[in-house]
Design a protein around this ligand. Structure first.
Ligand SMILES: NC(=O)c1ccc[n+]([C@@H]2O[C@H](COP(=O)([O-])OP(=O)(O)OC[C@H]3O[C@@H](n4cnc5c(N)ncnc54)[C@H](O)[C@@H]3O)[C@@H](O)[C@H]2O)c1
Length: 335
């Protein structure tokens, strides 16, 4: 059974990917410092998969910890999720973001180089496209200046990976540019677990529905979109998890140095108000929301062209927005 190191494997996307890896015959080996997740996620992973989960608690930029993992396990590849991701906080504390997101990737690349580990899947983001001029965005759409230090860390990480791949024979890397991950495992046992006030729309929706938040604010309804609210490409986290498994399989077929990027989205844009409406329809819960002013820096509309990932990796999303809302609500109710 191939062992894959997953940094940040107790987090939202990492935990769902751990499930998909196990379902596909891999053994995930997790490193997580629990800076934005909880240890109980590991018990939940064991409940879902029926498998014991190996996790090292600590910083994935700690080289001695990484070396210990390599001593204990023969690793076939790495999926690097660990990063800070709060866009707003990154403008207040940019160095915290540059340190964690860049240094951890540098350590991971040096670790791979020194231990002859060839394959890496990296968590990038559609934030690298900024405010796009043409929609949908393809992987060839030019990257724009980042709107935040967080977004810039993803751009710089992608650039570092390109140089890394050129520098050592056999290194194979895929950057997956995630659009907007939503939903939860259909069991309701794992899901997105924001610490404090959520930064993303759907946890705000579910927390408002649960009465934890009094009101949801929609930032602007006068944009040039079908109903005036912003448009995003909402991708179910289980579909996103599956894309990592497909990316690893694809890397395994490559014989030489390899680097590529893939959009991971549904290929369809939905507005914020459509998300609210879908949530209300699926759950039969009425949401208390108001229309607020536009939020500076918000991308007005973005969705993915997914032709490349469909054709090259053979990956297609299986879940709908309604599935995502049902699973997110199920998870929130469990909390
Ligand atoms: N969720 C999104 O909307 C989104 C969108 C695009 C890209 N991404 C990227 O996907 C990745 C995973 O995102 P997520 O939503 O699962 O976030 P998350 O915060 O839920 O998961 C990240 C995990 O990494 C851990 N971590 C952070 N720094 C660490 C370090 N130095 N060492 C060890 N563990 C560390 C955290 O404790 C957490 O468990 C991130 O790189 C993020 O930037 C997320």
């Amino acid at each position: 059974m191939k062992k894959i190191l997953i940094t940040g494997g107790a987090g939202y996307i990492g935990s769902h990917t751990a499930v998909e890896l196990i379902n596909s015959g891999f053994e995930p080996i997790i490193i997580d410092d629990f800076s934005n997740s909880q240890e109980k996620v590991l018990d939940r992973l064991e409940e879902i998969t029926g498998k014991a989960i190996t996790c090292y608690q600590g910083d994935c930029a700690d080289r001695s910890l990484l070396d210990q993992v390599a001593k204990d396990h023969q690793l076939s590849g790495v999926i690097h999720f660990a990063a800070f991701k709060a866009v707003g906080e990154s403008t207040e504390l940019p160095l915290k973001y540059y340190r964690n997101n860049l240094v951890s990737l540098i350590e991971i690349m040096e670790f791979m180089r020194d231990h002859q580990i060839q394959d890496l899947v990296f968590s990038s983001s559609c934030t690298v496209y900024g405010q796009p001029d043409v929609l949908p965005v393809t992987e060839a759409t030019p990257r724009k200046d980042a709107e935040s230090p967080y977004g810039n860390t993803k751009k710089v990480c992608e650039d570092m990976l390109v140089d890394f791949v050129k520098s050592k024979p056999g290194i194979r890397v895929i950057s997956l540019r995630y659009f907007n991950p939503v939903g939860a495992h259909p069991s309701g046992k794992i899901g997105e677990l924001p610490q404090g006030k959520p930064n993303n729309l759907v946890p705000f929706v579910t927390q408002t529905a649960a009465g934890i938040r009094e009101k949801l604010t929609v930032f602007g309804d006068d944009y040039d979109t079908p109903d005036g609210s912003c448009v995003r490409d909402f991708i179910h986290v289980m579909d996103l998890a599956d894309a990592h498994v497909k990316a690893l399989a694809y890397l395994d077929e490559k014989e030489n140095n390899f680097y590529d990027v893939f959009n991971v989205g549904t290929g369809k844009g939905d507005t914020v108000l459509q998300v609210i409406k879908t949530f209300e329809e699926v759950t039969d819960v009425k949401l208390n929301y108001e229309i607020g002013p536009r939020r500076p820096g918000d991308v007005v509309k973005i969705w993915a062209d997914t032709q490349k990932i469909n054709e090259v990796l053979g990956w297609y999303p299986k879940y709908s927005l309604a599935d995502s809302m049902r699973d997110s609500w199920n998870w929130q109710k469990g909390l």
